[in-house]
Design a protein around this ligand. Structure first.
Ligand code: SF4
Length: 493
């Protein structure tokens, strides 16, 4: 098993065009069914879990979790210093990386110095961001993803499409085919048998591995601890069996102290998998002590910036509160229909649509802030109360200021803005709109005889064709609400 060192599904031409990917995904009924049913189930589980455990304190718990993260970000320099001091005192080597390439280079240098040849890796979105797996493979270090979902994706040369459930877009038959092809085992789609095959394969790797790589869910400033939450126990194997452990973390992962960890662990588990707590919560505070049986000889932590200090500016700082729980993806009507790969970057769904343009430039990902209905479902789901709709609007404003939006779009919005400045202009533009749309919808449905009958427009030409690309558009009624109100509406009341 080698992975795919030369191809990465998120190596997209820039500026990234979301439409072809989204159109393909929308037509893929199987994908829509997998992603739709899984996300709906998770969203329901999260809401029930919050209600059962926190009851009418749910809002207060979300406010508290958001405040803990916001406070840490507001004083990030202070907490970083405290963390480095405590972690250094516990024997952790702390490194800083400006970008992904530098983070990977630090990891490779540690591996080279220690003569590491086999790496076991637990699930980490930051290492997806730095593209660590291809870097390790290219350096000749055999590397195995040990989270079951990530392991399957590595076998299938695929990429994660969800922050928490990386293979949400696949079914067990696809897993069976990948196992048969890459591991040479007889085909089966029995989940228990597939899990047993993976376990057998991975145990042998854990036994021989000399390098373990992980992410970090939280960094506790007061104690210098690296906290990892997993449900499969693989994180614990990766960080305690090999003699060298390298953890990757964004600088935003800090929280002040252990008492805050209790709150964050509860909201993370309930929001991501609807559990009271994840099965394994692993607090690593330094390498193995002399009187301890298990653990690595060396622990390294690579703190990654990669654009985060830019996001730390006041207007966008709240985005760094994100604990990568995936709840906004599960709640989002857009993500449910187009899946994660359509976003063209590691972070998908609402949080991805907000941070990818900030991490990689709005001119490179101009479609993402528009890939939202602004319905607010993401804000309601977010356990740290990130106001994502507000961030999308701010990003759109930034795109207009930087003239990233196209000439047609600017013209349409200018006309709309003009029409909203007085009543007669509004009446004029909406009247023209009604006539044109009713003309386009002629022959589609009955003539208006009342408010319940409707014409449909099957094709709008030109720059607005996207409105009818996938479904018919309802034509307006023959009379506007104002006309109806000024006629019989007022007297009916
Ligand atoms: S933005 Fe909120 S809901 Fe979305 S992944 Fe981050 S913490 Fe979870």
């Amino acid at each position: 098993m080698t992975g795919s060192p030369h191809e990465h599904p998120f190596d997209v031409p820039l500026p990234f065009d979301l439409r072809p990917r989204a159109e393909k995904a929308v037509r893929d009924l199987q994908l829509r069914q997998f992603v739709g049913s899984a996300t709906r189930g998770k969203d329901r589980g999260r809401r029930d879990g919050f209600r059962e455990v926190f009851g009418d304190r749910s809002e207060g718990v979300r406010t508290l979790a958001g405040a803990i993260k916001q406070h840490t970000l507001d004083h990030l320099d202070w907490y970083l210093e405290r963390f480095i001091e405590a972690a250094g005192g516990a024997g952790v080597h702390v490194h800083f990386a400006q970008d992904g390439a530098q983070a990977n280079a630090i990891c490779l240098e540690i591996a080279r110095r220690q003569g590491c040849r086999l790496c076991v890796k637990s699930k980490s979105m930051v290492t997806e961001e730095t593209e660590l797996l291809p870097a390790l493979l290219a350096a000749g270090i055999e590397t195995i993803e040990t989270d079951l979902g990530e392991f399957i994706l590595q076998l299938d040369h695929d990429a994660p499409s969800h922050i928490v459930t990386p293979m949400i877009h696949k079914d067990r038959a696809a897993v069976g085919r990948a196992f048969a092809r890459e591991l040479g085992v007889p085909y089966t789609d029995d989940p228990a048998r597939l899990t047993a095959i993976a376990r057998e394969h991975l145990r042998e790797k854990y036994r021989r591995a000399d390098l373990g790589v992980s992410g970090a869910n939280f960094l506790v400033a007061e104690t210098g601890s690296i906290v990892i939450c997993t449900n499969e126990g693989n994180g614990r194997f990766c960080t305690s069996a090999p003699r060298v452990h390298v953890a990757f973390a964004g600088i935003e992962k800090l929280i002040p102290g252990p008492e805050h960890l209790g709150v964050m662990l509860k909201v993370l588990a309930r929001s991501s998998t609807a559990q009271p707590l994840t099965c394994y919560t692993h607090c690593i505070t330094g390498p193995r002590r002399a009187d301890e049986h298990d653990g690595p000889d060396e622990v390294h932590l690579i703190l990654l910036d990669n654009g985060r200090t830019e996001i730390l500016r006041e207007e966008t700082r709240e985005l760094l509160r994100c604990i990568r729980c995936g709840a906004c993806l599960n709640a989002c009507p857009v993500y449910r229909r187009i899946g994660g790969h359509s976003y063209g970057a590691v972070y998908s769904g609402p949080i991805g649509a907000a941070i990818t343009p900030l991490l990689k430039g709005v001119h490179n990902f101009p479609d993402l802030p528009k890939a939202t209905s602004l319905c607010g479902a993401c804000f309601e789901a977010c356990p740290v109360k990130i106001d994502l709709p507000r961030q999308f609007i701010a990003l759109r404003r930034r795109m207009v200021e930087q003239r990233v939006t196209g000439a047609w779009e600017r013209a349409v919005f200018r006309l709309w803005g003009w029409s909203l400045r007085s009543a007669w202009r509004y009446r004029l533009v909406s009247g023209v709109q009604r006539v044109v749309l009713r003309w386009l919808g002629r022959g589609m449905g009955p003539n208006d005889a009342g408010p319940s009958t409707r014409r449909w427009v099957s094709r709008i030409p030109g720059v607005l064709k996207g409105w009818t690309g996938e479904r018919d558009f309802p034509a307006p009624a023959s009379r506007s609400f104002r006309q109806w109100w000024e006629g019989e509406g007022r007297s009916e009341r």
